[in-house]
Design a binder for this molecule. Structure first.
Ligand code: F0G
Length: 482
């Protein structure tokens, strides 16, 4: 079974494990290597595909007169970089104008995290059509589904993948809708995400179990029923998510920042970022690769534990799978399950672990964990300076703060923090924070619940009398807002 069948197309899929490296054709539907069980990458023969010789090529795209189909692709923040993910013909592309997102200087927030003004930038992926970074990957994977003629797509989700997939299936690029099947864990999904998933008409199955159980089941069901799997183990998802880094570079005038900071859940995003930079570096399109910081929630910290406590490293592809299996077996034996208020990243067995380890090696990365309390406080802090994000995204901001305190990140380094999901995805957690409603759990951290955080901004009850209203307004002027 071992060895690589001769697949010589300019685009192919290949097992990530160097000692296996088995190749599969572009249109083969395979999510785990049939020889060794490893994840797959999409690989390109850049000689044949002729990548641009400089990233400024993509600036010319805005000005060049082009046909209307090409214009639609140029509007997408993913497909305007299509030469760097050249697996699809333009007529197959399903796009909903994803990736119109901003890299924005965050000078107000920077000093609160110990950074100098002008050094912090936020990549606001909540501005995507479904409100999270997932749309970057879905446009790519749906394009493949169309290429393959698939009409039933499925995923397990903590919320955002399901919402994004359901949206693309319902719209299907103007063609007849596809059927979306979403598996969610019981009580594990923020209201905004569930609302989207239901509204877009997805067949939504709530499983008695957590995300990890849902993922196991959806893989089995997809296999049995020939459903097209849309989780991030689908390598085309990650091809689309590379574009987040292209836009970051575009926002930095093509000069890579010093750091990319991102939350880690199923570890698809950080893996995609690593691949983006690996390719850009190989192609000579960037001279330098930024460092990567992946931030776990302390209650869902498999990567942190494996990286720090068990010393697991990519190690040129020879990472210790037995030690990882032993860790998971221990979690099972002791009943340890992922638990965090940042429900998007409540994941115990990140499926992209091997690719994430590879990205950490390539990008000289670090891994940190942050408590739920830190996540909630930093989420509110982001809001104070005119951005918004959901709790999982704020894990990155809290992790960045920790790394600056540790002096791993210098105050004058240029840092990009990826805000992965929109503020309104999880409004109930936000209102809970501000209004101090209910005791906040501090899952996995041992911290005691608090009534209010330092950035809480509870609504005040005031009688319907002008004098009372004036009194409150006078006691809280702009110089004394809270
Ligand atoms: N941030 C948000 C808002 C997410 O929804 C997710 C993952 C992550 C971060 C973690 O990203 O998996 O690439 O490390 N959400 C998935 C879902 C798992 O089902 O919506 P990752």
């Amino acid at each position: 079974m071992w060895g690589s069948p001769i697949v010589t197309d300019p685009v192919l899929q290949q097992c990530v494990h160097p000692e296996c490296g088995r190749r599969y054709g572009l249109t083969e539907v395979v999510f785990r290597c049939r020889a060794c069980g490893g994840l797959l990458d999409v690989r390109y023969d850049w000689e044949k595909l002729k990548a641009p010789s400089s990233l400024s090529f993509f600036e010319r795209r805005w000005r060049r007169g082009s046909s209307s189909r090409e214009q639609a692709l140029d509007v997408s923040g993913v497909w305007r970089f299509r030469e760097l993910l050249p697996f699809a013909r333009p007529e197959h592309v399903i796009t909903l104008g994803e990736g119109q997102t901003l890299l924005q200087r965050a000078d107000g927030l920077a000093p609160h995290l110990g950074l100098s003004a002008g050094r912090l930038m936020l990549q606001y992926e909540g501005l995507n059509p479904s409100g999270s970074f997932k749309d970057n990957g879905m446009t790519a994977a749906f394009t493949v589904a169309r290429m393959l003629g698939r009409r039933r797509v499925a995923c397990a989700s903590t919320g955002n993948t399901g919402a994004s997939m359901a949206m693309y299936a319902a719209a299907a690029g103007g063609g007849p809708p596809m059927q979306a099947i979403v598996l969610i864990g019981s009580g594990k999904i923020a209201c905004g995400k569930l609302a989207q998933t239901l509204d877009y008409g997805a067949l939504t199955l709530q499983i008695e179990g957590d995300f990890d159980a849902c993922l196991r089941r959806v893989v089995e069901a997809a296999d049995r029923l020939n459903l097209y799997l849309m989780n991030s183990m689908n390598p085309f998802r990650l091809e689309g998510q590379k574009a987040i880094m292209y836009r970051v570079l575009e926002g930095c005038a093509w000069e890579p920042p010093d750091w990319i900071v991102v939350p880690g859940g199923n570890l698809g995003n950080c893996s995609a970022f690593g691949k983006a930079f690996e390719e850009l570096h190989t192609l000579g399109l960037v001279a330098r690769v930024p460092r990567l910081a992946v931030i776990n929630a302390a209650g869902a910290n498999a990567l942190y534990k494996l990286y720090h406590n068990r010393g697991i490293r990519w190690n040129g592809g020879h990472w210790r799978r037995d030690a990882v299996d032993a860790y998971y077996a221990e979690c099972d034996a002791t009943g340890r399950r992922a638990r965090t208020l940042a429900s998007a990243i409540e994941i115990g067995r990140p499926v992209n672990l091997s690719k994430a380890l590879r990205a950490l090696e390539l990008m000289n990365g670090v891994v940190r964990q942050v408590s739920d309390e830190e996540i909630l406080d930093h989420r509110a802090l982001v809001g104070r300076f005119g951005f918004g994000c959901e709790p999982a995204s704020a894990a990155a901001v809290a992790g960045l703060h920790q790394l600056v305190r540790e002096q791993i990140i210098g105050r004058d380094e240029r840092v990009v923090c990826v805000l992965t999901g929109h503020q309104l995805k999880d409004a109930e957690t936000i209102v809970g924070y501000h209004a101090g409603v209910g005791a906040r759990e501090s899952a996995g951290t041992g911290a005691t619940p608090r009534a209010a955080g330092p950035w809480s901004n509870a609504p005040r009850s005031v009688p319907d009398r002008l004098e009372d209203i004036i009194e409150v307004l006078e006691s809280a002027g702009p110089e004394n807002p809270a």
